[in-house]
Design a protein around this ligand. Structure first.
Ligand code: NAD
Ligand code: UFG
Length: 339
């Protein structure tokens, strides 16, 4: 079994991935500065799995401090989750986003080079397909024109990693393009814990249901979709985490430069999300229809065939599971990790 460094591993997707890696017997090292997470998440990972995680509080952009992590551990592969991810904030503070997201990547890559670590898996996003490509998105499509600085950081980091793999024939790179992760671990012990007003749909829905927010605004109902609201490819975060385990298996056994979509391939509308959440949890979610949100695409969903063909991975959890587990986390932890 291998030693996997999760950069940004205390966050939403990283903590769920840590659980699944530990469950199959890998050792997990987490490096995080907790700028958008809590050390409590790592304690909960240990509670769920009954295993220890080696945790470093470090700003990954700090190359020298990060070197200590590489010095003290014989790392076989890195999964790079560390980044800022709020689309709207990235428009307001583009330099902060470019500095943090690009620098975490360079600092990791430079340390990997120095310490002879040859495998990196990167958290990319469906946002790199831009506006031009038709749905469903295929990995062979060209990266598109992104609509915000956050998206551009992802596109640029994909390019940086691909260039590094051209120069170093021993370096393996897997770019995982996530669609819309929602849900939480079935234990209800870990989940998404956004700071302030949630930007994303599911945390907002859950916070309305628990009484922390008054009412959900559904952004636009005049899109060219079946019910007029936007459609997305929502994926259960545990399915996504298991996708990382498969990617680790693959990268440890193959020299590769590969892109994989991690989605279900099935789009659901905003209205379908709200209806399913209300039905499976038997709870009301107050909502109104409002204006479109600038930058939103009408539709976004994956062709998920490649991950199945090459990694033997496909999603197993339904939209009902996603809504049930999101609510289970929210109602047991109304203030996230600050209870
Ligand atoms: P998250 O904010 O919960 O996790 C990111 C983690 O990185 C946090 O723990 C944060 O503290 C840490 N971090 C950020 N900058 C750091 C730095 N300089 N040094 C050390 N730690 C740092 O986000 P998430 O939802 O778990 O997303 C993980 C990755 O997946 C991100 O790169 C994100 O852009 C990408 N992604 C997320 C989504 C989504 O909808 N959640 C979709 C596509 C891609
Ligand atoms: N929505 C609402 N009301 C809200 C929040 C969201 O109606 O309060 C709608 C949005 O308009 C959109 C859908 O719910 O139609 C999903 O919105 P999210 O903000 O949850 O997700 P996005 O698809 O906009 O963004 C996600 C990730 C980004 C990533 C992007 C493209 O959060 O990181 O997918 O891959 F860049």
């Amino acid at each position: 079994m291998a030693v996997i460094l999760l950069a940004g591993g205390a966050g939403y997707i990283g903590s769920h991935t840590a659980v699944e890696l530990l469950n199959v017997g890998h050792d997990v090292v987490i490096a995080d500065n907790f700028c958008n997470s809590s050390p409590e998440a790592v304690k909960r990972v240990e509670q769920i799995t009954g295993k220890n995680v080696k945790l470093y509080e470090v700003d990954i952009t700090d190359r020298e401090k990060l070197a200590v992590v590489f010095e003290e551990n014989k790392i076989d592969a890195v999964i790079h989750f560390a980044g800022l991810k709020a689309v709207g904030e990235s428009v307001q503070k583009p330099l902060v986003y470019y500095r943090n997201n690009i620098d975490t990547t360079l600092s990791l890559m430079e340390n990997m080079n120095k310490y002879g670590v040859k495998n990196i898996i990167f958290s990319s996003s469906a946002t790199v397909y831009g506006e031009e490509n038709p749905v469903p998105y295929l990995e062979t499509m060209k990266r598109g024109v992104c609509t915000n600085p956050y998206g551009w950081t992802k596109a640029m980091m994909e390019q940086i990693l691909e260039d590094a793999a051209v120069a170093d024939k021993e370096l393996s790179v897997i770019l995982l393009r996530y669609f819309n992760p929602i849900g939480a671990h079935e234990s209800g012990l870990i989940g998404e814990d956004p700071r302030g007003i949630p930007n994303n749909l599911m945390p907002y829905v859950s916070q309305v249901a628990v009484g922390k927010r008054e009412c959900l605004t559904i952004f636009g109902n005049d899109y060219p979709t079946a019910d007029g609201t936007c459609t997305r490819d929502y994926i259960h975060v545990t399915d996504l985490a298991i996708g990382h385990v498969k990617a680790v298996d693959y990268i440890l056994n193959n020299r590769c430069v590969e892109i994989f979509n991690l989605g279900t391939g099935t789009p659901y509308s905003v209205t379908e999300i709200v209806d399913t959440f209300e039905k499976v949890n038997n709870i009301k979610v107050n909502h109104v229809y409002g204006d479109r949100r600038p930058g939103d695409l009408a539709e976004c969903y994956a062709n998920a065939d490649k991950a199945w063909q090459v990694l033997g991975w496909k999603t197993e959890r339904s939209l009902a599971d996603m809504c049930r587990d999101s609510w289970n986390w929210q109602k047991n932890n109304p203030n996230g990790y600050n209870n």
